[in-house]
Design a binder for this molecule. Structure first.
Ligand code: NAD
Length: 261
């Protein structure tokens, strides 16, 4: 079967589903210019993940310095949603999206037009920076300006506490309510679509497992193998920004055909 047939098969699954959960990873945002972690040239080919644990961040000035260099590098510019984010937002407008469960911290699903209540951010959102002492929150843009002026390790303007991006670091607990809600939605969907994830970061990667165990169909859109490929009803190897718009276009025409019949 060629890719067109697989896309058609995926579109048919979406069309027939009542409750679709889209599970996204860093790969949905690479076409917006944000590098993922594990692809060649990704973040972990330039930085050592060992330096980026929560424990290292809070206990070592040097780890914080490296972290802010990485943040300065990754968030040097404003990122915009790409056709994959817009295709997922279009599924929502078509009444075909229960929710998005994302590992991403980049806010791009919301920027593409999906309402905040429908986006479960398992690893937080790096658009905000939080003081670990007094809890004051700063928009990323504000802290980026300070980095741009030469501050290496910005601290809280109020109490001089440690400032930490509000994303979940290695070794840090996931936000409990978001995790519980995500598990609930994964276990109650009838179709789960994985987009751009290696599915090796846990507990996030359990979400499609919960969905499949509860009887949902599974579509995977990714550029490399995942441990769940064998469970997929449709496996679409390729760029999310090319595949998802085609799939959603087909769903759209199936829905409008159905209306006119
Ligand atoms: P990962 O880096 O482990 O894997 C990304 C996957 O996406 C790979 O399998 C790759 O082949 C695939 N991919 C890359 N570009 C793609 C494209 N255009 N279309 C389809 N697939 C594509 O990412 P992960 O599984 O999300 O785990 C990494 C962790 O890093 C996550 O926990 C996440 O919080 C964090 N992260 C987030 C961002 C972000 O917010 N944009 C960026 C980097 C890392």
């Amino acid at each position: 079967m060629d890719i067109e047939n697989y896309i058609e098969k995926a579109a048919e699954l979406v069309y027939r589903s009542q409750s679709v959960v889209v599970f996204t990873g860093a790969g949905v945002s690479t076409e917006s210019g944000i590098p993922d972690f594990r692809s060649p040239g990704g973040v972990w080919s330039r930085y050592d993940p060992e330096d980026f644990t929560y424990q290292r961040f809070v206990s070592s000035q040097e780890a914080r310095r490296k972290h802010w260099i990485m943040i300065g590098e990754i968030f040097a510019k404003e990122y915009e949603p790409n056709p994959a984010h817009y295709a997922i937002a279009e599924m929502d407008r078509l009444g075909k999206l229960d929710c998005i469960i994302t590992q991403n911290v980049d806010n791009l699903h919301q920027k593409a037009g999906v309402s905040v209540e429908k986006v479960f951010e398992l690893h937080g959102n790096t658009m905000w920076i939080k003081c670990l002492s007094c809890g004051r929150r700063y928009p990323m843009g504000e802290v980026k300006k300070r980095l741009g002026k030469g501050e290496e390790i910005p601290d809280c303007l109020e109490c001089h506490g440690i400032l930490k991006p509000d994303g979940v670091f290695f070794g840090e607990a996931l936000p409990q309510k978001v995790l519980n809600d995500s598990i609930f939605h994964a276990q109650h969907c009838d179709l789960c679509i994985v987009v751009g994830s290696t599915l090796v970061v846990y507990p996030a990667a359990y979400m499609p497992v919960y969905a499949v165990q509860a009887g949902a169909k599974l579509i995977i859109v990714n550029m490399s193998d995942t441990p769940m490929d064998h469970s997929a009803d449709v496996l679409l190897m390729g760029k999310a920004g090319e595949i998802l718009p085609q799939m959603v276009e087909r769903v759209k025409s199936k829905l409008s055909q159905n209306k006119t019949e």
